[in-house]
Design a protein around this ligand. Structure first.
Ligand code: TXA
Ligand code: MG
Length: 334
């Protein structure tokens, strides 16, 4: 059973023994292990029940340390790293042999980022290896944004959870790859395209919506999903269609009286909405409702990442035409 606390030395101790520790980042909590150790990396995949074709992100505390395991860094990537690290941005870069192929699922590139959370930065400073860390949730489920979320789902399988409070950004990092002068967005996330755009001289191409043969399995249609079915659309219309009984409502800013509901941001602030998104999905997923209905938020800035997660959360759900209120939620588990 995991202990939760803020003892960095204890976290270092476990990581040096090839054990896993959950770590706070500004985006979501990560399930961390020594990125140079195959033994630790195997544990990450098995603890998350993650398929081996889904590569991991490697976390470090300085661009200089990242150079220990990278082959080279394209100019644009270098500019973005200097400008936005530490921060919610992952860069896909050519790796050298220090990173086991298991980490990159056999690809010759690896996802790298410097997270912004002070506790994890201090932890990385104390280690002489980088940390491979996917989000600390069972594969396919909603990412954790508090230590308690991690405890609830992975607490029985890891020795320690480093508690850094609630995550400040709340959605995963934006993932970028580089192909000549073109920068490819593999996942919309905590760093907005508007912010990135001005530092990218070439083309910015969004490939985050691919549905088959994904390069980044974060691109899989059904991902980040609650167990309950989720329908995305106009909340008024959906309430008329389904009634209020047994329905959970996830709204952007409006209140829907007499419903089990969660409002992401009463002041229509997209950063606040992103921070609340995964908690809201978890709350509604464990509320006594059979169906979650949600609406899209404005599609700019962090709104793009929120809409992307909502769309994926709805993708695994049964079609509304065939929806059966008697279906136990377990049967809909992915
Ligand atoms: O915000 C985040 O990025 C969090 C925190 C913990 O840092 N981590 C996270 O990791 O979301 P994870 O494993 O849940 O998602 C990482 C995504 C996966 O979809 C993976 O396929 C993609 O990054 N990825 C990793 N390496 C890649 C590579 N070489 N090429 C393409 N995609 C890659
Ligand atoms: Mg994940």
């Amino acid at each position: 059973m995991a202990t939760t606390g803020t003892d960095l030395n204890r976290a270092v101790h476990y990581l040096q023994q090839d054990e896993l520790v959950a770590i706070p980042t500004e985006t979501v909590y990560g399930l961390a292990g020594n990125a140079y150790s195959e033994k630790a990396v195997v544990k990450i995949f098995s603890t998350k029940k993650r398929p081996s074709f889904d590569p991991l992100i490697v976390h470090t505390n300085a661009l200089e340390s990242a150079k220990d395991f990278l082959l080279d860094i394209p100019d644009t990537a270098h500019v973005l790293a200097e400008k936005f690290w530490p921060g919610p941005l992952t860069l896909i870069l050519p790796k050298n042999s220090r990173i086991p192929d298991l980490v990159s699922s056999g690809l010759n590139t690896v996802g790298v980022r410097i997270p912004r959370h002070p506790l994890s930065l201090q932890l990385l400073e104390k280690l002489d290896f980088p940390l491979a860390a996917p989000s600390a949730n069972p594969f396919g489920y909603i990412s954790p944004t508090t230590a308690q979320h991690v405890e609830e789902q992975l607490g029985a399988h890891i020795p320690y959870i480093l508690d850094g409070g609630a995550c400040e950004v709340g959605v995963e990092s934006t993932i970028l790859g580089f192909d000549g002068d073109t920068v490819i967005v593999y996942r919309l996330g905590g760093m907005s395209l508007e912010e990135l755009q001005q530092w990218i001289p070439g083309k910015l191409e969004v490939k985050a919506h691919s549905t088959s043969n994904p390069v980044a399995p974060g691109q899989l249609e059904s991902h980040y999903a609650p167990r309950k079915p989720l329908i995305l659309g106009n909340i008024q219309e959906l309430l008329q269609e389904h009634g209020k009984k047994g329905i959970g409502v996830l709204s952007f800013k409006d209140i829907y009286p007499e419903t089990t509901q969660y409002t992401l941001s009463a002041s229509a602030d997209l950063a606040e909405a992103a921070r609340n998104l995964f908690k809201a999905l978890r709350v509604l997923d464990s509320a006594p409702v059979n169906l979650i209905i949600a609406e899209r938020v404005p599609d700019y800035g962090l709104g793009r990442a929120i809409n992307d997660r909502l769309r994926r959360a709805s993708a695994g759900s049964v079609q509304k035409e065939t929806f059966n209120f008697d279906t136990p939620s377990e049967a809909l588990d992915q």
